[in-house]
Write a protein that binds this ligand. Structure first.
Ligand SMILES: Cc1cc2nc3c(=O)[nH]c(=O)nc-3n(C[C@H](O)[C@H](O)[C@H](O)COP(=O)(O)OP(=O)(O)OC[C@H]3O[C@@H](n4cnc5c(N)ncnc54)[C@H](O)[C@@H]3O)c2cc1C
Ligand code: FES
Length: 262
C-alpha cells in the first residue's frame, strides 16, 4: 500500500478537448514513480469554498514529473476546475486506491471504456506497451453517445492498439452500445482473454455480465461519491456479492469482475 502525499503543484499545460472535456498536466509531482493505472487523485478545487476534494483517475505520468488528468465538466467543482489557467496552483492528495493488475503476457486484453472512464484505460494501455506487451494484443473498445464523446482518438490510434470506437448514433465507428461488439469479439476469439472496464454503471454491469457469462477474468474501476478518499468517512461503500461491503476509495476503485453488486 502506497502512502499518499498531499502536495501543491502547478498547471503546466491545459488542453480544451471540446465537448466539456479538458486535459490538464501538472508539474511537479513527487509521486510519479509510484503511480500506476487505476490510481486516482483527490484534487482540491482551488480558490473556492468547495470543501470536499474531487476524485480523478490518473491519465498518465512522465519521468519528468508530470501528471495528467482528463476530466469532463459535470457540476460546480469541475466547472470551476475548467477555469484554471497555466501556472495556477492546485493541491493533490494521492496516489490513492488499488490499481489494475496487469494481464498475463499470453492474454488478449479487452479494454471497455465509456465517458470519463476512458483515461485510466488509456494509461493502462500505455503502461502495458512500455512494459513490452504487444499493442496488437490490446483491443480498445471505446463507447460514447456521439463522435464528440470519443476523446483523444488520434492519441489512442498512435498507440498501435486495435481501436474499436462505438457510438450510439453511429456518427463515429460502429453503431450501438459498446458491449455488443465486445461480445461479438469474445464469441469469435478462442484465445485467453482479460477484461478491464471503466465507465458508466450500465456499461460496467454489462462488462461484469460478459466476464461472468464467458468465464473471462478481469477488473472494473468503479465510481462513487468520495468525500474523504482515504477510507475514513464510509461515503463510498458498495455491497459485495459475498454479502460484505467494500470502500471504493481504498478497497478499490478497481475490483475483480463478479466481486461487487452493480
Ligand atoms: C475513482 C474516481 C475516478 C474518477 N475519474 C474521473 C476522471 O478521470 N475524469 C472525470 O471527468 N471524472 C472522474 N470522476 C468523476 C468526478 O470525480 C466527478 O465528475 C466530479 O467529482 C464531479 O464534481 P463536480 O463538483 O463537478 O460535481 P457535483 O455534482 O457538484 O459534485 C459531486 C461531488 O459531490 C460529492 N458527493 C456527491 N454525493 C455525495 C454524498 N452523498 N456525500 C458526500 N459527498 C458527495 C462527491 O465528492 C462528488 O465528487 C472520477 C470519480 C471517481 C470516484
Ligand atoms: S471516500 Fe471516505 S471512506 Fe471512501
Amino acid at each position: 500500500m502506497i502512502k499518499p502525499t498531499c502536495e501543491d503543484t502547478f498547471l503546466l499545460k491545459k488542453r480544451n478537448l471540446k465537448n466539456r472535456y479538458f486535459a490538464y498536466t501538472f508539474r511537479p509531482y513527487t509521486q510519479v514513480k509510484k503511480c500506476k493505472p487505476g490510481h486516482f487523485l483527490q484534487l482540491q478545487i482551488p480558490q473556492t469554498d468547495i470543501f470536499f476534494r474531487r476524485p480523478f483517475s490518473i491519465a498518465g505520468v512522465t519521468p519528468a514529473g508530470d501528471i495528467e488528468i482528463i476530466f469532463k465538466i459535470f457540476g460546480k467543482g469541475t466547472a470551476l476546475l475548467a477555469t484554471l489557467e497555466k501556472g495556477d496552483k492546485v493541491n493533490l492528495l494521492g496516489p490513492l486506491g488499488v490499481p489494475f493488475t496487469l494481464p498475463k503476457k499470453n492474454e488478449k486484453t479487452i479494454l471497455i471504456a465509456g465517458g470519463v472512464g476512458f483515461p485510466p484505460l488509456m494509461y493502462l494501455a500505455v503502461e502495458m506497451i512500455a512494459k513490452g506487451y504487444d499493442p496488437k494484443s490490446i483491443e480498445f473498445f471505446y463507447g460514447g453517445r456521439t463522435t464528440d464523446d470519443i476523446i483523444e482518438k488520434s492519441r489512442i490510434k498512435k498507440l498501435g492498439v486495435n481501436f474499436h470506437p462505438v457510438t450510439e448514433d453511429g456518427s463515429y465507428g460502429m453503431k450501438g452500445l459498446v458491449t455488443k461488439p465486445v461480445e461479438e469479439f469474445i464469441q469469435s476469439s478462442d484465445t485467453n482473454m482479460r477484461i478491464y472496464s471503466c465507465g458508466p454503471t450500465g456499461m460496467l454491469k454489462a462488462a461484469d455480465s460478459l466476464g461472468l457469462k464467458y468465464k473471462i477474468p478481469g477488473q472494473l474501476s468503479l465510481e462513487a461519491p468520495m468525500p474523504c478518499g482515504v477510507g475514513i468517512c464510509l461515503g463510498c461503500v458498495k455491497e459485495k456479492t459475498d454479502g460484505g461491503h467494500a470502500r471504493v476509495c481504498c478497497d478499490g476503485p478497481v475490483f475483480e469482475i463478479g466481486e461487487i453488486v452493480l
